[in-house]
Design a protein around this ligand. Structure first.
Ligand code: HEC
Ligand code: HEC
Length: 409
């Protein structure tokens, strides 16, 4: 791709961030992340990425003309819809689940909290026809638009050399996935310390918190880190005791009922997002394996400081609440009974109050420079396009200095 972008004019928050992210994707790998896996049948090109960006932001692909992918994966909210507990789609209809960030989703092996989608291209077709998300009855209206809107016609011709009925959802999904593969962010203060060797990148509390993360907290057993990069996820599914208590007593009747409905053709994507009980079945709804009841995909921890609330159901409001949940051994209220399917890795931790604060400080140090401003904004809300008139080349490093300089972490 072209040379680093010198300056990025800020028109809107969205284009600012997309520009910034694409600029950084065009340059060196961000510190702390491996190369992005690109499927051989969907190579990245600048034009395809730009097309995907446009599709991701197109509200016409919803039944009301009001909802795009970016509604729930807003670049200005670290690609979530924070602070919503669960997402709101057309007509403010709510689903059952919290919007996960699209940042670094490109590294995922399976998609959605329960892994029901096998790749990023596949994932992109589902929200469009989910009744509580974009609400179209089928994909025809999308195809109608991309086959006739002159700008799309020109772009699909250039990117895929296709026009009219040659354009199918396959190309639409490929372009969206290509764009999403540029939404990559590492280079947090913790990366600059741990991988970059800068002792001053984080303070002593963060270093203590990282030690708790590795040892007494046992967090690293699922939120994995490697020798030269860290995704903070094992890409596996665990029941850590969130949400499943809502169906605990009904599981013996309810789980078989769901399997019968599924065998009779119930659409799993629609069922999990519209039926709160089905949602809590977790990975079981996909694999039908009993010990995966209430199991969900291990989240990344990158940028969690800007994506509250937490967990698949958005039920934990703060990072401190999260650590207390783990500290209690997988129950949100101390002394609640643990559920029958709890992962063997979850047990009471006996962390001290200081250790809890240290762990939280460590997670706060996982914020990438692109989103550090959002962290500041969520503590002290300001309108989003106040400060960033232009961004220099090498945006990651520059913004980091500009935003977190002097904070000591
Ligand atoms: C109404 C809000 C909403 C809209 C609109 C929406 N999403 Fe999502 N997205 C979610 C929620 C909620 C989940 C988690 C659902 C689940 O796991 O069952 C999710 C999950 C994802 C994931 C999986 C992330 C992971 O780590 O597994 C990706 C990728 C994604 N969405 C991309 C998109 C794209 C592309 C579009 C547009 C075509 C889109 N989303 C539209 C709310 C939304
Ligand atoms: C047994 C595996 C496992 C261990 C151990 C574990 N986690 Fe998790 N973590 C998960 C899974 C799975 C989820 C998603 C669960 C859900 O939504 O129901 C998660 C979610 C989270 C989230 C929410 C992220 C988000 O975006 O919503 C945070 C924060 C978190 N874990 C921090 C920690 C910390 C800190 C520790 C150590 C005290 C820890 N985890 C230990 C598996 C684990």
């Amino acid at each position: 791709m072209g040379p680093p972008i010198q300056t990025v004019r800020v028109a809107t928050c969205a284009s600012f961030l997309s520009g910034l992210l694409m600029a950084s994707a065009a340059m060196a790998q961000p510190l702390g992340l491996p190369p992005v896996p690109i499927p051989p049948d969907n190579p990245q090109t600048p034009e395809k990425i730009a097309l995907g960006d446009k599709l991701f932001n197109d509200k016409r692909f919803s039944s009301t003309g009001e909802v795009s992918c970016a509604t729930c994966h807003d670049p200005n909210k670290a690609f979530t819809d924070s602070p919503l507990t669960v997402s709101e789609g057309i007509n403010k209809l709510t689903g059952t689940r919290n919007s996960p960030t699209v940042i670094n989703a490109a590294y995922s092996k399976l998609f959605f909290w329960d892994g029901r989608s096998l790749d990023m291209e596949d994932q992109a077709q589902h929200p469009i026809v989910n009744p509580v998300e974009m609400g179209l009855v089928n994909h025809d209206p999308v195809l109608q638009i991309v086959r006739t809107d002159p700008d799309y016609v020109a772009r699909f011709k250039k990117v895929f050399d296709k026009q009219g009925e040659q354009i199918t959802m396959k190309e639409v999904q490929q372009a969206i996935a290509s764009f999403e593969r540029t939404i990559i962010a590492g280079d947090s203060p913790w990366d600059r310390w741990y991988y970059g060797g800068d002792e001053n990148a984080v303070n002593e509390q963060v270093k203590r918190g990282f030690n708790v993360f590795l040892t007494k907290g046992r967090c690293v057993s699922c939120h994995a880190i490697e020798q030269d990069y860290a995704l903070f996820t094992d890409n596996r599914f665990h029941n850590i005791g969130v949400g499943v208590n809502r169906i605990q007593n009904e599981i013996p009747q309810f789980a078989p009922q769901f399997l019968t409905a599924k065998a009779a053709g119930t659409d799993v994507d629609k069922a999990v997002l519209t039926n709160p009980k089905v949602s809590e079945l977790g990975r079981f709804a996909v694999t039908e394996t009993l010990d995966e009841i209430g199991a969900f995909k291990t989240s990344t921890l990158r940028n969690v400081a800007v994506t509250a609330p937490f967990m698949h159901d958005g039920s934990l409001k703060t990072l401190r609440d999260v650590v207390e949940h783990y500290n209690n051994g997988g129950v949100t209220k101390k002394d609640d009974p643990v559920n029958d399917f709890l992962s063997g890795g979850i047990r009471p931790l006996n962390l001290t109050d200081d250790e809890i604060s240290d762990l939280v400080a460590f997670m706060e140090a996982l914020t990438s420079p692109q989103f550090a401003a959002q962290k500041a904004a969520s503590a002290n809300p300001v309108s989003c396009n106040v400060k960033t008139a232009t961004v220099a080349a090498s945006p990651a490093v520059e913004t980091a200095r500009a935003v977190s300089g002097g904070e000591g972490m």
